[in-house]
Design a protein around this ligand. Structure first.
Ligand code: EPU
Length: 431
């Protein structure tokens, strides 16, 4: 198991550049399965989850290779099989994204259930309901979802407005592009990752109206053609660096961070007393005081992202006063709380709400990161804490952040990695 050893107490200073979005790139790679030809996707981060998706496409007989540090070419002229191996799908939830494209393009998809996850229940029932609404016959046997339809038929699909499921929007949208007739997706996710997927499909010849809004109207076409597309910057990585700057009392310019994608994150940082401004096509965050308390509720985009809730809690733990943080998306997103308490944080959990009484200082301790975002938040806590923190489960960071330690070290962080970064444990969680 990989361990990250961090000696805290140094404010972060400098410039860091964000990579392309993890949760944007994974659907783009899956959507390439719809294209009868070559897709070139740029600004893809070099992270474990992207490798897993690449291997998954390869396992279907589809060539998928790096052209340079951040560009992948997918050639889906031919798809050899519609069944994906369990060993790859179980590593991450996003593998289920291949189901929609395979079903639409090949008339069949056999994809193992991606399973549960440490951040809470991660069912795919909405995805399956969407496929069924599009006319597919779907059954589940021995843990494998088997969906088939000679040709999908357009229909109206109404998603839960409280959740606006990102994964369901993307999977159903991909499937609908090749369906016969018109599909209307109501309460679609509007986040930049879903927008990227829709824009890529449109560039490949799909007919989609309402991109970026909560209603997508998809008129099915016969085929999609090859195109090039660049993934958006990773707003979760950007947010992680912004919170790290604020929590350590530092001053960091996050190049490539898009202010428009991070509205509520910037509001929370400002409420906490940070100075955040647009600079050089990015966002600069400076904190010159002890953070103030703040309240937040996670919500689908453009609400405050559940993925950055743990990082925000670290800032709250240091703040002057009491903060209230409510989680509405994943019931176990608070898995990091007990670990943060080991570092001196005062947090009371009541159902899906954390009441955080700021203590002004945290102290280094051995802690365990149980998912990508929990591990990132603990790293921020460690950077702000007095003394040394040992974070087990650091391999989760490799799933979602390219060169995590290297980037922080360039900002002045004192940290090192120990143990096997390729530990299998990370593969057992699904993001
Ligand atoms: N849900 C269902 N049934 C479904 C699908 C979703 O009940 O069939 C529920 C979920 O349990 C959750 C809610 O709907 O309570 C919203 O889930 P959503 O489908 O939006 O999440 P996701 O697509 O599984 C993606 C990201 C997550 C991110 C969430 C929310 C990827 C690969 N994952 O998950 O990112 O937290 O959207 O924005 O895009 C991460 O990057 O670490 C990560 C977990």
């Amino acid at each position: 198991v990989a361990k990250l050893i961090i000696a805290g107490g140094t404010p972060l200073h400098g410039v860091v550049r964000v990579n392309g979005s993890k949760n944007g790139s994974l659907p783009l790679l899956a959507a390439s399965l719809l294209v009868e030809g070559e897709s070139v996707i740029s600004n893809v981060p070099r992270i474990r989850d992207v490798e897993t998706m690449r291997e998954t496409l390869n396992s279907l007989g589809v060539a998928c290779e790096w052209l340079d540090q951040s560009t992948i070419r997918v050639d889906a002229s031919h798809i050899e099989t519609t069944g994906a191996p369990y060993d790859l799908v179980r590593r991450m939830r996003a593998s289920f994204y291949i189901a929609g494209p395979l079903l639409a393009r090949c008339g069949e998809a056999r994809v193992p259930l991606p399973g549960g996850c440490v951040i809470g229940q991660r069912p795919v029932d909405f995805h399956i309901a969407g496929f069924k609404a599009l006319g597919a016959v779907v059954d589940e046997r021995h843990g494998v979802v088997h969906a088939r339809a000679e040709r999908l038929r357009g229909t109206r699909i109404y998603l839960d407005p409280r959740l606006r499921s990102v994964g369901t929007t993307i999977n159903v949208l991909m499937a609908a592009t090749l369906a016969q007739g018109t599909t209307v997706i109501e309460n679609a996710a509007r986040d930049p990752d879903a927008v990227d997927c829709a824009s890529f499909l449109a560039a490949a010849g799909a007919s989609i109206e309402g991109i970026g809004t909560g209603t997508l109207i998809v008129r099915g076409v016969q085929r999609l053609q090859g195109c090039s597309y660049a993934a958006s910057p990773d707003r979760m990585e950007a947010g992680t660096h912004l919170f790290a700057a604020a929590a350590t009392g530092g001053d960091v310019l996050v190049e490539g961070a898009r202010a428009d994608d991070l509205d509520l994150v910037v509001s929370v940082l400002r409420e906490a007393g940070a100075e955040v401004r647009r600079e050089n096509g990015g966002l600069r965050c400076r904190m010159e005081r002890r953070p103030r308390s703040f309240d937040l509720v996670t919500a689908p985009y453009p609400g405050f992202p559940t993925d950055l809730q743990p990082c925000a809690a670290v800032l709250a733990a240091l703040a002057d006063g009491r903060s209230v943080i409510e989680e509405t998306i994943f019931e176990k997103r608070f898995n990091y709380v007990d670990e943060l308490k080991r570092m001196g944080a005062r947090i009371k959990l009541v159902d899906r709400t954390a009441i955080v009484t700021g203590t002004g200082r945290l102290s280094g301790a051995p802690v365990v990161g149980t998912d990508i975002r929990a591990a990132a938040a603990l790293a921020i806590a460690a950077l702000a804490a007095e003394g040394e923190t040992e974070i087990s489960g650091a391999e989760f960071l490799d799933r979602g952040y390219e060169r995590f330690e290297e980037k922080l070290a360039s900002l002045g962080a004192d940290l090192r990695r120990e143990g096997d970064s390729r530990a299998r444990k990370a593969q057992l969680c699904f993001a």
